[in-house]
Every structure is written in C-alpha cells, then in structure tokens.
Design a protein around this ligand. Sequence first.
Ligand code: UTP
Length: 400
Amino acid sequence: MDIKQLLKERGQEHLLAEPLGGEEEAAFYAALEALDWDLVSHWKDPGDLHGRGVITPIAGLRRAEIQAKRAEFEAVGVEAIRAGKVCAVLLAGGQGTRLGSDAPKGMYDIGLTRPLYIFEQLIANLLQVTAHCGAYVPLLIMTSEKNDAETQAFLAAHAYFGYPAAYVRFFRQEMAPAVDFEGRLLLEDRGKPALSPNGNGGWYSSMKRAGADADFPAIEWYNVFAVDNVLQRIADPVFIGATILSGKKCGAKVVCKAEPHEKVGVMCLEDGLPSVVEYYELTEEMANARDGNGDLLYLYGVILNYLFEAKQLEKIASRSIPMHVVKKKIPYYQNGAYEKPERENGYKFETLILDMVKLAGSCLPFEVEREHEFAPIKNKTGVDSVDTARALLEKNGVIL
Ligand code: UTP
C-alpha cells in the first residue's frame, strides 16, 4: 500500500504536512516504514494499567544470614567466576534526562579534586572483584543509537579504565517511536521520527541479536546492573554464590526500605511469583504492615542489580515482556521550529528489566547495606543526586 494511504489509515496525516521531496522524502518514508507501528498502537492500551495479581510478601536473605554463610557463598561465587560462568552487563542505553547532561551518563565527572567519571568508578568496583578472584569477567555494555559512538570512543580513549579490552563488548539496544497524547508520531527533526531507547527490558534480546556474548561460551549467569549506582559491587561472588546455592533462577540485590513509602520498586510475590511493584502500587495498609520483629512486611527495595540464569533467559526470550507506556517530556520538531516542552507532552514505549524477574519464575532477594552499596545518581541535586552519591563515596573511602 502507498505510504501516504497507510499514514492516513493510522491517523498520522500530520506527517505529510511539511512537503519534503527528493531524497529527504524518500529517507523519511523509509524511516516511517521501518517503524514498529504495533508498538505505537499501545498508546491507547497501556499494559501497566491492567492491574496486578494478588500481592504477598516475599522471603529474602537478610544480612545476618549472609554474614554467617559468607565464606561458603563466596567460595561458590569465586569458583563460578574463575570458570568463566559469570558475565557483567552494564545497562548504559538510557538517556539520563533527569541528570540533564547531554553526554552519556557514564561520562559524567563526579570528581572534586580530580576527574572521576561514573564509568571509571564502576569499573574500579568491578576490578576490585576481579583482582580478588584472579579472573576477569566479560563486561557487556548496552548502549543506544543515541550514545553508542560517544560511549565507545570515551571508553577506548581511557583504555577502559584499566579493564582488559579483550573482555569488553558493546551492543546497541533498539529504539522506539514517541507519540503525543493523541497517538500522533512526534518528529525530532524535519523528516525524522522522534526515536528513543526502548527501555532496559530488551537487553537480553538486543545482546543476543548482536552476539555480544558469543566469544564467552561458558557463561551461565548474567549480572545486570544500572549505570548510575556508583557504589555497587558488580559480579559480587557472595551474591553469585548465594543465588547459585539457592537453586533460584534469578537473584536481586535489595536494600531494606528506609521508610514505608520510599520511592523504590518493591520486591514481593504476585500470584505466587516473584515480582517488582512500584511503591505506589502497595496499599497504605500493605506499605505500613510489619511482621513480629517489627520489620516492614514489604521490606525490600530493588537497586537494579540482578543475576539471571542463562538457561532461564533463553526460555524468557520467547515470551513477551509487558510494554509500558510512559508519559515523558519529549523534545520535538514542528513546522520549522524545535520545541523543548516544560511538561510531559507525550508517551514513550518501554519494556523494563524488572518485569523479567516475574518471568524468571523464582528469585532470591539478597539484602545489601545501602550505605555501602547504594548510591544512585538520578538527579543533579537533591534526592539520589550527584551530591548524595559523592557523600556516600567519601564515606566509603573513595577520594573525589
Ligand atoms: P533509568 O530508569 O534511570 O532511566 O534507567 P534513564 O533513561 O537512564 O534516566 P532518566 O529517567 O531519563 O533520568 C535505569 C538504568 O537502565 C538503563 C539506564 O542507562 C540505567 O542504567 N536504561 C534505561 C537503558 O539501558 N535503556 C533504556 O532504554 C532505559
């Protein structure tokens, strides 16, 4: 069918408003044809409004128990790392809009008396583990079309901050279109659909498509982590050992919530399966409920550091991860002008890694001490910011 006819049928006639002509028009139409229009149709039917199943508390591994079995867990984790069974996956495809820097988030300099980039700190954390184990783990880095070239060039220019290049691989995630509140596709420029990274839930399929792990056939576990928690312990052998010994298909590092309404994703069971719900999805009663020891019943906040079993991921890959339709401020182009909205003006389509926990079928919540392992950089100032992360790094002896 003619592209113009198709656009009309999809309620996208506005895309034809600006005459382009020639090569520009051909490129625009080709880009439109390549779009995932099924995805766009989700804007009317956000999967996340379909409600939750029955939510109940989940049992986790508390710090005291971890401490008591530390040596046993660590031995199993170190052995797995030495056998090449563990790899680390850095999710660095996000746009970090809240931080407000144009560069990839990992390139942000958090140093005070010397440069200290987020990537550098993460790799330093990983190097501590690999030095302790006497073996490197493959480091697979997910980027997006928007930040891939810059990220790769930056890390290469810094010699991967001391990590051996032979163990580093990059792969790109897919992009998804953005629409306004009426489902009309937004443009980022003349003849260019507005595209943004499609969320962190697609990491496994993108990684497999790119064959980023192909050179490391022994991998049995993927430790997936966010770019913004500068204190996290990556490929932590104690966490790996505990998850392996638990017989579960997945492990999640969690912190005890600081207060009942803390704005973190909460680990629980949903219809008997491990699941992460948003803090606002818990009723007031659930958020405040406590057990016999006075601990919150819904105690565990996730920090986006998961361990997934490779075999289980293969099975998950054939099932669809729910699509989230998220309201965002989306810069756009219209009639020769570029707009940077102050308020949310449209929807983006994202899949989220936390939905993979439910698909994994079983999960071990593994408690870590937030003062030592949780310093996320989401904002420039205030909560979860460069300031709070700096204070926590200093507390942990990092010279800034
Ligand atoms: P966030 O949820 O903090 O999103 O990502 P973000 O896009 O980085 O930041 P804001 O919301 O625009 O400020 C959590 C982790 O998932 C990665 C991010 O890079 C971060 O490590 N991520 C997020 C991706 O890799 N791809 C995405 O499409 C989204």
